[in-house]
Design a protein around this ligand. Structure first.
Ligand SMILES: [Zn+2]
Length: 270
């Protein structure tokens, strides 16, 4: 499943590939639904769309258009590809046909993705309870550290809770906790303020580095052009169970935290 850095890399990639003019002459659906129904308001079914920008909120791409917004979530197995001529393959469900002659095709074998229209961003039900984005000023406020410390849950569960902050998926949670030296199973209440503040900064840096590195390439994720991300080569603990800690040489452990694989060093993280 792609995490926030992969989606941000994809966003930048797609934005750089926007045709000039950035006009979609028709949106085609080849399935009744993904995670939610694939449908447009009747008045817009045959409309052309001017794409003004491609944004992102959490792991949703946001196509800002003259009619409103189109949001795209890749779910478990979705990806976008860019084609000069349309060659439909199995599991292609959405096609953006550009006036330039290009096609942007959304493929999703497991259909957990989302592609929806909303008249404006404040109407998007998925965004109503999301916490701050890691690259905003809001993320650096005291309120974020206070909310991280207000729960007795395992710190790893807290930072993966989208209501506390968005963008920390399973891989980056293990990576950030290792870098901050905090045991993933420690209660949020027991992490001192300074340590928590450091974790918050490390989360931001870890995600930024992942974006610079092109995102992780675990499972089905590929860039719009088919190029694989490279961040997985730089994981310090994730997927390294039984191997030596890069800092101290102790064997890296693995255990489930809320059903998700969690990796840590018992010496470096307390
Ligand atoms: Zn260690």
């Amino acid at each position: 499943m792609p995490e926030l850095p992969e989606v941000e890399v994809l966003r930048r990639d797609l934005e750089s590939r926007l045709p000039k003019p950035a006009r979609i002459s028709r949106i085609h659906f080849f399935a009744p639904k993904l995670r939610t129904p694939l449908q447009l308001p009747t008045a817009l079914e045959k409309a052309s769309w001017d794409v003004l920008a491609i944004g992102r909120r959490s792991k949703f791409l946001i196509f800002e258009t003259n009619h409103g917004i189109l949001i795209s979530h890749l779910g478990m197995s979705g990806y976008w590809r860019v084609e000069a001529a349309l060659n439909l393959i199995k599991h292609d469900h959405v096609v953006l046909q550009w006036k330039s002659g290009e096609f942007w095709v959304y493929n999703d074998p497991r259909r957990f993705g989302v592609f929806e229209f909303y008249p404006s961003i404040d109407k998007v039900k998925w965004f109503s309870r999301l916490g701050p984005e890691p690259f905003t000023d809001e993320f650096m406020s005291d309120a974020v550290v206070r909310s991280m410390r207000s729960s007795g849950r395992a710190i790893k569960s807290i930072i993966m809770d989208a209501q506390v902050m968005v963008g920390v998926g399973n891989i980056y949670a293990s990576e950030a906790l290792f870098r901050a030296g905090i045991n993933p199973f420690k209660s949020g209440r027991k992490v001192p303020y300074k340590k928590m503040d450091e974790l918050r900064r490390v989360i931001r840096t870890t995600l930024l580095n992942a974006i610079k590195g092109g995102g992780s390439s675990i499972r089905d994720y590929v860039h719009a052009g088919g190029e694989k991300g490279r961040f997985q080569d730089k994981h310090l603990v994730y997927g390294r169970e039984g191997k030596s800690c890069v800092k101290c040489g102790t064997i890296i452990q693995s255990r489930k935290c809320q059903g998700r694989s969690t990796f840590w060093c018992r010496v470096c993280q307390s």
